[in-house]
Design a protein around this ligand. Structure first.
Ligand code: NDP
Ligand code: GDR
Length: 380
């Protein structure tokens, strides 16, 4: 049985990767942070409490091959102890302060976790003499390309990071390459473009859009507030991308790969597609910071919605000090070497996310109508 260690197992990718590895028969260990409230919602369905297993006395399903350890990427001794105990065949470093806008607010913490955290993990593997046993995957990012120097972006495109997050990830990218070259470690970077799902964090733009529009149809919110709607992104589905993370560690030699769909849409188009799924079409009025989205041709009846209502507004607070305007990846190398191609289209992903968030909104509306909750959380 192969043993894998995942940092960031409680995040979007961590949860899908854990699922995939458990299905493949791995023993999976994950690092979770101590928090004042539960933070394991995305993996609760995979985890079986030891007491339940003992009490049942029944044969163990794959779920009992999942083990969680308290830890943090800012804590070297903790990381070293966990790696020493787990003796992993594969380490997936998915843990990060992953929000670009937040990295402008907390640049030092972002560097500590995203840059130094990667070094701490690599150094722990080396210090424990596991550099020939433990294969290492680093969650690198299209944000490295930042102010793009070439369209589309591929493995050879020069980097130009545009945020404290991207600069920290640049360090992590190069330290991974360095440990590969200096110590012969099997260490590689997946340069992943944006990938989303119904498990995406609620403050990233796609999930914010699907959640907010679904809430609006149920009378839980009035308006979606966004920043730069002209930003262009190459959005894929997280399930397709974690498959590639695993594939990268199964090769003979460690290599870095761009993972993308090769198709690009704007934030505005993502809003339109999500609204269309809900039976709403949007007319855009005004320009720049004054732009608004107004309902037209409402094809599905919602008690709280009227034609002509403003449901999208630009809020300058969501503009970033330095923006990445356009990203478009070329996944040709991944296809040629590994046969990887994305299987889920953007339209299928939007459909999944909207259906999920509409279901959630309906439940919340029911709870609210019956006095069980007062407000639904949203980004302020
Ligand atoms: P999420 O934000 O959903 O998950 C991040 C994970 O990291 C969470 O489990 C979080 O824990 C954990 N984490 C945060 N800070 C620390 C810390 N100090 N110590 C240990 N763990 C920590 O991100 P995604 O799943 O979307 O992304 C996974 C990785 O891939 C990240 O490194 C991200 O930067 C990178 N990436 C993501 C892309 C995307 O489009 N999704 C594209 C390219 C790269 P908690 O749940 O407690 O917050
Ligand atoms: P990104 O994702 O910064 O690309 O980083 P995000 O969804 O946050 O932003 C995408 C684009 O949308 C614009 N935008 C808004 N963004 C947010 N979050 N909220 C808004 O209201 C809003 N309005 C417009 C942004 O300005 C940006 O241009 C994600 C993260 O997962 C990183 O960890 C990962 O490395 C990269 O993708 C690839």
């Amino acid at each position: 049985m192969k043993v894998a260690l995942i940092t960031g197992i409680t995040g979007q990718d961590g949860s899908y990767l854990a699922e995939l590895l458990l299905e493949k028969g791995y023993e999976v260990h994950g690092i979770k942070r101590r928090a004042s409230s539960f933070n394991t919602q995305r993996i609760d369905h995979l985890y079986r409490d030891r007491h339940d297993i003992e009490n049942e006395g029944s044969p163990v399903s794959h779920h009992s091959s999942l083990f969680l350890h308290y830890g943090d990427l800012t804590d070297s001794s903790n990381l070293t102890r966990i790696i020493s105990e787990v003796q992993p065949d594969e380490v997936y470093n998915l843990g990060a302060q992953s929000h670009v806008a937040v990295s402008f607010e907390s640049p030092e913490y972002t560097a500590d976790v995203d840059a130094m955290g990667t070094l701490r993990l690599l150094e722990a593997i080396r210090f424990l003499g596991l550099e020939k046993k433990s294969r290492f995957y680093q969650a690198s990012t299209s944000e490295l390309f930042g102010l793009v120097q070439e369209i589309p972006q591929r493995e050879s495109t020069p980097f130009y990071p545009r945020s404290p997050y991207a600069v920290a990830k640049l360090y992590a990218y190069w330290i991974t390459v360095n440990y590969r070259e200096a110590y012969g470690m099997y260490a590689c970077n997946g340069i992943l473009f944006n990938h989303e799902s119904s498990r995406r964090g609620e403050t990233f733009v796609t999930r914010k859009i699907t959640r907010s529009l679904a809430n609006i149809t149920q009378g839980l919110e009035e308006c979606l507030y966004v920043g730069n709607m002209n930003a262009l992104r190459d959005w894929g589905h997280a399930k397709d991308y974690v498959r590639m993370q695993w594939m990268m560690l199964q090769q003979e030699l460690p290599r870095d790969y761009v993972i993308a769909t090769g198709v690009q849409y704007s934030v505005r188009q993502f809003i339109e597609k999500s609204a269309a799924q809900l039976g709403i079409s949007i007319r855009w009025e005004g320009e720049g910071r004054e732009e608004i989205g107004v309902i037209e041709n409402l094809s599905t009846p919602y008690a709280s919605l009227r034609e002509g209502s403003v449901i999208v507004r630009v809020d300058a607070r969501y503009f970033r000090p330095a923006e990445v305007e356009t990203l478009l990846g070329d996944p040709a190398k991944a296809k040629a070497d590994l046969g990887w191609v994305p299987e889920i289209t953007l339209d299928e992903m939007v459909e999944e996310m909207v259906a999920h968030d509409l279901d959630l909104a309906r439940r919340h509306a029911l709870l609210k109508a019956n006095g069980y909750i007062v407000e639904v959380s949203k980004e302020s």
